[in-house]
Design a protein around this ligand. Structure first.
Ligand code: NAD
Length: 253
């Protein structure tokens, strides 16, 4: 059911939160737009400017790796300056209250951790862009190290241990999903009373399967997103309003 206006949406959501024992939030890029990080698919989003670089292209081509790192460095000021928004803070409040065991996120911006959710309780389906890893042996690298090497050599660096390419610790299109995170997200989706999808167009699979999975397992499903999604029809409550406005009243509760 689509909330007729913001206020009635907030009231219904509040009732559902009060009734639920276990709430699992599932977040997408829309929760971070008020923090200055553009999403992918809104007008002005990242994809309107850059075609994504699939994993096999990154592996095969030094040029693609250089381009990928140039794009990442160009975004660094934005990522480094971003602070948790009202959506992140509302979820952190529910986490502190013991209602939210963990947050499932498609985001790579580290803002749930910055809002006070313990890192082990943030399930990052698509990884994290605030550090890098070797795609061969998995060794972690700081972005500063990558940047220095890039500036010195004029090219994206390889791992000092195994000489394979170093990539942001994110999951690109065509890259394997992380097993442990997928298993934990599956278990949480199946066991919760209330599943809240926030700021996701729900078109990136397999991540977009979790709201449906939770609904089928008996949870109530809420979708908060400015634009309609393909799963609005199966949701118990749909709020087509701004995330900060919708979740702001739940900050600090
Ligand atoms: P998406 O860009 O496909 O969808 C974002 C949705 O959020 C859109 O439907 C948009 O209408 C909505 N939205 C944006 N701002 C909003 C607001 N203030 N209030 C309400 N709705 C708002 O993003 P997605 O579904 O997360 O999938 C894209 C992939 O993009 C993810 O896998 C993620 O890894 C990656 N990504 C992450 C970030 C980040 O970490 N912040 C940013 C861009 C892309």
């Amino acid at each position: 059911m689509i909330a007729s206006d913001l206020q009635s949406g907030i009231e219904r959501l509040g009732g559902m939160i009060a009734e639920a024992g276990t709430i699992v939030p599932f977040t997408g890029a829309g929760i971070s737009t008020e923090c200055g990080i553009p999403d992918f698919r809104s007008p002005g989003g990242i994809w309107t400017r850059n075609r994504p670089i699939p994993f096999d292209e990154f592996v095969a081509s030094q040029e693609a790796r250089d381009e990928s790192w140039r794009r990442r460095f160009a975004m660094e000021e934005v990522f480094a300056a971003a602070k948790p928004g009202r959506g992140h803070r509302a979820l952190a409040s529910l986490y502190r209250a013991g209602k939210v065991p963990a947050v499932i996120t498609q985001n790579i911006d580290n803002l749930h951790q910055a809002s006070g959710v313990a890192p082990e309780h943030v399930i990052e389906l698509h990884g994290n862009t605030t550090y890098a890893r070797c795609i061969g042996c998995g060794q972690a690298y700081q972005l500063d190290w990558v940047r220095r090497r890039f500036d010195d050599d004029g090219a994206a660096p390889n791992c000092t241990t195994c000489d394979e390419p170093v990539k942001t610790a994110t999951i690109s299109f065509g890259q394997m999903m992380p097993d442990d995170e997928m298993e934990r997200a599956t278990a949480l989706s199946r066991a919760c009373d209330l599943f809240i999808a926030i700021g996701s167009s729900l078109v990136v699979w397999p991540a977009a399967g979790f709201p449906m999975m939770a609904r089928r397992a008996g949870a109530r499903l809420v979708i908060i997103n400015r634009e309609p999604t393909d799963q609005d029809d199966i949701a118990d409550l749909v709020i087509h309003h701004d995330i900060g406005e919708t979740l702001g009243p739940f900050v600090g509760n």
